[in-house]
Design a protein around this ligand. Structure first.
Ligand SMILES: C[S@@+](CC[C@H](N)C(=O)[O-])C[C@H]1O[C@@H](n2cnc3c(N)ncnc32)[C@H](O)[C@@H]1O
Length: 280
């Protein structure tokens, strides 16, 4: 089964879920005891990294999260997007915060592998967030067809409404052929809607050679018992690679040019991530 390749990644979602909560971005229901434990380990590591090298992993996480949020809000506010599919949502607060903000103007589908989707559904039920506009469904990003494929999940949405697909903290766990296949599936899916935008965090080889990034990647690799991958050498590669995957235009937006992410992008570490935005 395709999903078996990446289920090992799921525990990291508890840690990021707790991280978003610790930084005041989430609902208490998404802060789990497991998350607190794993976040404690990452927090100690991030503290030591900052002291030794000045590189802030917290700034990197916050820049990426706030950067994606801001670009998604912009697409919704411009009337281009009324439906969102978040792939590998984990325990991220985005579905909760966006449905709070936009109410009936937005339909939000949170998706993840079965165990994490079940956990998220139970926690969001406790938070009182779920409705016909905000659902959690099982989706395997690596599945080409079948009930848990992106194709099948997207078919449940309104084909007349502009749609966004979001991934955060997923693509670097996928090997290059798997990543390309995921982007092709996303582009093909979005092309069926009147407007389609894909948003993700993105990193570059030129910046990823920083010892702090290498060390964090090594820590994550041990934790998930698998390798991490950087898919682009430089930001200039983004349009070419994403066009080859089926998008009409794409760019890697610096977080310092996105107002809500700017304060983090100014900190060393926060400048190592950009927001990938690709339109069909
Ligand atoms: C690092 S977590 C990120 C969670 C969330 N996006 C965030 O930023 O807090 C990675 C997530 O990817 C999910 N995942 C791993 N493999 C997947 C796959 N093949 N399809 C869908 N989700 C997957 C995991 O279950 C986990 O929730």
């Amino acid at each position: 089964m395709a999903a078996a390749k990446t289920t090992r990644v799921s525990p990291t979602a508890y840690a990021t879920g707790y991280f978003w909560y610790r930084h005041g971005l989430s609902h208490a229901a998404l802060a789990t005891p497991q998350g607190r434990r794993i976040d404690g380990v990452f927090r100690a590591f991030a503290g030591a990294t900052r002291k030794l090298s000045g590189f802030s992993l917290d700034a990197l996480m916050l820049a990426r999260h706030k950067g994606i949020d801001a670009r998604l809000r912009e697409a919704i506010d411009r009337g281009k997007v009324a439906q969102v599919i978040e792939i590998a949502a984990g325990l991220s607060p985005r579905g909760w915060s966006f449905t709070q903000r936009y109410g009936r103007r937005l339909r939000y589908l949170e998706t993840d592998l079965p165990a994490m989707a079940a956990t998220k559904r139970a926690l969001l039920e406790r938070a009182g967030s779920l409705s016909d506009r905000h659902r959690v469904v099982e989706l395997d990003a690596l599945a080409d067809h079948g009930p848990d494929s992106l194709e099948a999940i997207a078919a449940t949405l309104d084909p007349k409404l502009g749609t966004a697909i979001v991934t955060e903290g997923l693509m670097n766990y996928l090997d290059p052929p798997s990543a390309r296949a995921v982007w092709q599936r996303i582009a093909a899916t979005l092309a069926r809607f009147p407007h389609g935008v894909y948003l993700s965090d993105v990193y570059f080889q030129e910046r990823a050679r920083h010892p702090a990034v290498l060390a964090f990647g090594a820590l994550l690799s041990v934790f998930v018992k698998g390798r991490m991958y950087i898919h682009f050498d430089t930001p200039a590669d983004v349009p070419r690679v994403m066009k080859a995957a089926g998008f009409a235009r794409a760019r890697a937006i610096k977080c310092e040019s996105i107002a809500p992410a700017r304060e983090y992008a100014k900190i060393r570490g926060g400048d190592a991530v950009r927001v990938l935005e690709a339109w069909t």
